[in-house]
Design a protein around this ligand. Structure first.
Ligand SMILES: C[S@@+](CC[C@H](N)C(=O)[O-])C[C@H]1O[C@@H](n2cnc3c(N)ncnc32)[C@H](O)[C@@H]1O
Length: 293
């Protein structure tokens, strides 16, 4: 008699990994070992090395920021929708699903990504893991704002290192959907720095503040910082209360600013006025439509 255990097959025809627990203290009970292997946190034979342990801690660290938001939405309406913009390999969505949604009845995660092969890969992995309440859409963030493939209501919007202005599009998406929470870890944004550069000579004659972006490296760094300042003011002008902090220990150490916005409906009184003044002072009026609406 053949005693080899037959592994059940997913629709893709690939075997589903057994849900057997592994003797790795950092892996939480019930967590998908197959997923951790796909994310290269566990090796193929289920081992965790020092680098992987660090990576897993970072993932938990980010999860710890987001979990209370998921809890709050679930408690409020017994369901939740989350859109992750610039999802890449969708590891954030997969981790949130595995650690939070998997054991619950409701909730749906949407991954928005322009790279078709990453979307296909995520669909295949979700199918294999049986993560049925995940959808992956091959759309730009901008397209997703009007897409009928997404529901009217999105409770939580995340954008983790979404390239350049994709973070700004994610903010616009979140505002259109009246998201309750917005979680951003912005990537570099070249647009503001390019505008500072374009008007540099003119700015020299106008304001001593132009010293802040005179040298090219400062143009880039100041451009990046002021971008996030403008994003914060935009969110505050729409009635969000912010927590702006550092995603400590994050692997992309250069881009580890974390912005968490909570809808309160209380617009900060002078946010719009401050936006107008900063754009005027820094000679950034070309970007008015991006940050004031
Ligand atoms: C740096 S990766 C980050 C991926 C993932 N969020 C993470 O942190 O691992 C940025 C991803 O955003 C995608 N992307 C860039 N611009 C986009 C846009 N406008 N709409 C949708 N996806 C975009 C890229 O294809 C890439 O996969």
């Amino acid at each position: 008699m053949n005693r080899t255990r037959h592994k059940p097959e997913a629709p893709t025809g690939r075997p589903i990994a057994p849900a057997a627990p592994v003797a790795v203290p950092d892996v939480r009970p019930g967590q998908s070992v197959e997923l951790l292997k796909e994310l290269h946190i566990l090796t193929r034979d289920g081992k965790l090395n020092q680098d992987s342990r660090r990576k897993l801690k970072q993932v938990y660290h980010l999860y710890n920021f987001i979990e209370p938001l998921l809890e709050e939405v679930m408690a409020a309406r017994g369901d939740l929708t989350l859109a992750d913009h610039g999802a890449g390999k969708s590891y954030l969505g997969f981790i949130l699903y595995d650690l939070f949604l998997k054991s619950r009845q409701g909730g749906h995660i949407y991954g928005i990504e322009t790279r078709e092969e990453l979307v296909a890969r995520s669909r295949e992995l979700a199918g294999r893991l049986g993560f049925g309440r995940m959808s992956f859409l091959n759309l730009s963030v901008e397209e997703s704002i009007r897409s009928a493939e997404l529901p009217e209501r999105i409770d939580i919007v995340t954008a983790l290192h979404a390239c350049n202005t994709a973070t700004d599009d994610a903010i616009r998406f979140a505002l259109e959907k009246h998201a309750r929470f917005i979680v951003l870890v912005p990537c570099c944004q070249a647009e503001v720095a390019a505008t500072l550069r374009k008007h540099k000579n003119e700015s020299f004659g106008r304001t001593p503040l132009s010293e802040l972006w005179r040298h090219p490296i400062h143009t880039r760094e100041f451009g990046s910082q002021i971008t996030n300042v403008l994003r914060c003011l935009l969110l505050e002008s729409h009635g969000y209360q912010l927590t702006v902090t550092e995603l400590v220990g994050w692997e992309h150490s250069m881009k580890n600013e974390l912005i968490i916005a909570r809808a309160t409906g209380q617009r900060r009184g002078n946010a719009r006025e401050r936006l107008e003044s900063i754009l005027a002072e820094l000679n950034l009026q070309d970007l008015r439509e991006r940050f004031i609406y």
